[in-house]
Write a protein that binds this ligand. Structure first.
Ligand SMILES: Nc1ncnc2c1ncn2[C@@H]1O[C@H](COP(=O)(O)OP(=O)(O)OP(=O)(O)O)[C@@H](O)[C@H]1O
Ligand SMILES: O=P(O)(O)OC[C@H]1O[C@](O)(CO)[C@@H](O)[C@@H]1O
Ligand SMILES: [Mg+2]
Length: 441
């Protein structure tokens, strides 16, 4: 997709007139390999050929506004009330982000009132708008040691008019939404009502998804923790299948539309023989199909390990019209399906298999963030606070090519981050597993 500078323009509520608590520290800072000054920008693309293809001077090629503290800010901290909400599925690091936001607002900006809305957007609805949680430093002190979110989360639509009424009742000036693509669509709907009513409320997003399926972000927070946890299950089925006669290990991992968890976990353990992801369709039948390939592998090596993303091979299953409360399609169970088909096939050819099947499901996303993700979360939290206090709205903070930047919400929800079958990640998976580029297709 070709972006223009206009697509990348971040919205702001107005001129920044208050001195930032960081003004003095920033006065001598210039762009360096480790810092981007607030009037500088970060390039979207990073290859010579793509940069040249734009055919415009370097200051006209697509670039993001840099994140970080500003010398001047929009909101007067002494009169600012902040809200925080976490929505959608769980993800390691949610509590780290909440804590980081509260710490930054309290210790540096000296914001006095921070409210957590309970149970996702549901907590902003008319019915539950009074069940807020006061977020003080004491309240968030050790929350990062636990998985989940102290605020709770939910799926399901709420009326944006009602939600904005709730923001007004609590006199919220800045709302931080920590959530995935659906949450960012919800946040966009909020900003539309805020605009229509000409209100002065900033909405800043911190993108969250263990599936790593949001675009314009290096890797989403919690993803590394989630795939690291997933490796335990691959190792288990590897060991089980190694010890059994005709051992088959199958692990199904989360990933509705994108197979990042499956690929990274499989590469990390480097013992998987087949990795199946939604982005690369495969067939079961025929000499080139998955079933014969599994059989051959088993005959040759005595064991076989498959890692399958939950969204893989959906074309092989009966289509389902079922949706969850947020309207996300409920998928068929490819893991159980493969377990049955592989068991039947191997039994038919006389290789009575010992099949070990694991579906760790929620076990990989309910854990606390690892050290790496915790660092990432706290830095995203700081960036979000700086963006909000500077009056940025309809904006998310992300890390892009190792720099923290502001991205308009519309870009984050515009398309999905998926594994490119022609890209180098999938090539690495093919190299590590030895599986062919096409299975039964
Ligand atoms: N198009 C939309 N407009 C308004 N609100 C939406 C929209 N899509 C989703 N939402 C709301 O956003 C919240 C979270 O959405 P959803 O359950 O899809 O999770 P998510 O944020 O995409 O996170 P994840 O996919 O990582 O679990 C829900 O309350 C849902 O109703
Ligand atoms: O059961 P829940 O909470 O709807 O979550 C399941 C989904 O959430 C995700 O982890 C995305 O957050 C998907 O991979 C998974 O299908
Ligand atoms: Mg989603």
């Amino acid at each position: 997709m070709s972006l223009t500078l206009d697509d990348l323009r971040v919205r702001t509520l107005g001129d920044c007139e208050y001195d930032s608590p960081f003004a003095e520290m920033l006065s001598t800072k210039r762009t360096s390999p480790h810092y981007v000054a607030e009037d500088d920008r970060v390039l979207v693309d990073d290859t010579v050929s793509v940069l040249l293809s734009h055919g415009v001077p370097i200051d006209r090629v697509p670039s993001f506004e840099t994140a970080g503290p500003r010398k001047k800010i929009y909101f007067d901290p002494a009169r600012t009330t902040v809200g925080i909400v976490t929505c959608g599925g769980l993800c390691p690091g949610l509590n780290d982000v909440i804590r980081g936001i509260v710490q930054e607002l309290t210790e540096h900006y000296h914001v006095k009132r921070i409210l957590g809305f309970r149970n996702g957007y549901q907590g902003l609805s008319k019915d539950s708008r009074h069940t807020t949680m006061e977020l003080s430093l004491d309240r968030v002190r050790d929350i990062n040691n636990a998985g989940g979110t102290i605020l709770g989360s939910s799926r399901g639509a709420q009326d944006p008019e009602e939600m904005v009424d709730t923001l007004l009742i609590h006199e919220i000036d800045v709302l931080f939404v920590i959530g995935g693509d659906g949450s960012m669509r919800g946040a966009t709907a909020l900003t539309e009502v805020i605009d229509a009513r000409k209100l002065d409320i900033a909405v800043v997003g911190v993108p969250k998804t263990i599936d790593n399926d949001l675009p314009y972000t290096d890797q989403s927070f919690g993803f590394q923790t989630a795939f690291a946890r997933a490796t335990d299950f691959i190792q288990s089925v590897f060991i089980e299948s190694q010890a059994a006669e005709n051992g088959v290990g199958i692990v199904k991992l989360m990933g509705r539309h994108s197979g990042f968890i499956a690929c990274y976990a499989a590469l990390s353990v480097n013992d998987a023989d087949f990795v199946l992801i939604p982005e690369v369709p495969f067939g079961l039948e025929g000499d080139d199909g998955l079933l014969c390939r599994v059989e051959r592998h088993l005959r040759e090596h005595g064991q076989v390990v498959l890692v399958v993303a939950e969204g893989a091979g959906q074309h092989l299953l009966e289509a389902s019209e079922t949706k969850d409360k947020s309207g996300n399609a409920k998928l068929g169970d490819i893991g159980l399906f493969l377990k049955e088909r592989i068991t039947t096939k191997l039994s038919e050819v006389g290789l009575e298999p010992t099949v070990r099947y694991l579906d760790p499901s929620y076990a990989i996303r309910s854990v606390p963030a690892n050290a790496y993700d915790s660092v990432y979360c706290v830095r995203l939290a700081h960036a979000a606070v700086h963006a909000g206090m500077a009056g940025r709205t309809q904006t998310v903070v992300v890390r892009w090519r190792r720099r923290f930047v502001h991205v308009p919400m519309a870009l984050i929800t515009g398309h999905r981050n998926e594994i490119d079958p022609d890209g180098d990640l999938w090539m690495s998976v093919l190299e590590a597993t030895g599986q062919p580029a096409n299975i039964g297709r």
